[in-house]
Design a binder for this molecule. Structure first.
Ligand code: ATP
Ligand code: MG
Length: 205
């Protein structure tokens, strides 16, 4: 029996992929809200290896991004973190993430969670069509980005979900940390402390 009192024959698992450089409260609200609305049993956060859309940018070392994701999700009994993308060599493609998790959870119903900006790129993703066979796609609203409803998506393949708006991005958190500005309450307390302890985002990279 699920948190909402329903019976499901198959486990319902959300997948929240991201660079998480660093993970912030916008990611956590998105995962929490999709988990509630879709009555999920678990949400797996999957930090990327080399993100395909960020090959031209410097990305923080994957172990730091992984550990910050673990710290941020540790207190939620439904949230877990997977290393599938970090441990797979080469550039991260979402289709590979989905296939790896499908192999680990053959019986589960999978829900891939993305923000409004990422869904706009969906059709450029490698093997976009087969991704929809592996998982449901849920696009959450994100302040500053056009509503995913306006983006041309394959009919009936992607649900759009309005969530409480948090105008937070990792880019903004990194810039603040670099300038010595506060990041409290934009990211979980443990992540603020991890950034400070390891001197992340201090120098221009
Ligand atoms: P960056 O600024 O470095 O691109 P980001 O804040 O966009 O970082 P990502 O790790 O790129 O974070 O995002 C992972 C996923 O979370 C994407 O699907 C993105 O659309 C979604 N997301 C990020 N921030 C928010 C937010 N504030 N509200 C809703 N969804 C978000
Ligand atoms: Mg982004």
């Amino acid at each position: 029996r699920s948190a909402r009192g329903n019976w499901h024959t198959r486990p319902r698992i959300g997948i929240m992929g991201g660079t998480f450089d660093p993970i912030h409260n916008g990611h956590l609200v998105a995962a929490s809200e999709v988990s509630w609305v879709y009555d999920l049993d678990e949400v797996i956060f999957v930090p990327t290896g080399r993100p395909v859309f960020k090959l031209d940018k410097d990305v923080t070392n994957e172990e730091d991004r992984y550990l910050m994701t673990v710290i941020a999700t540790a207190s939620n009994p439904k949230f877990t973190v997977s290393r599938v993308d970090i441990d797979r060599p080469g550039v991260t493609y979402t289709i590979d993430t989905l296939r790896d998790l499908r192999a680990l959870y053959p019986d589960a119903e999978l829900f891939f969670i993305t923000g409004a900006d990422a869904v706009a790129e969906i059709m450029q993703w490698k093997d976009a069509d087969s991704m929809f066979d592996v998982a449901h796609f849920v696009a959450v609203t994100r302040p500053g980005y056009t509503s995913p409803g306006c983006v041309k998506l394959p009919e009936g393949k992607v649900d759009v979900l309005e969530i409480p708006a948090l105008a937070i991005s990792s880019t903004d958190v990194r810039n603040r940390a670099r300038n010595g500005e506060p990041v409290w309450y934009l990211v979980p307390d443990g992540v603020v402390q991890y950034i400070g302890k390891h001197g992340l985002y201090r120098q221009p990279r």
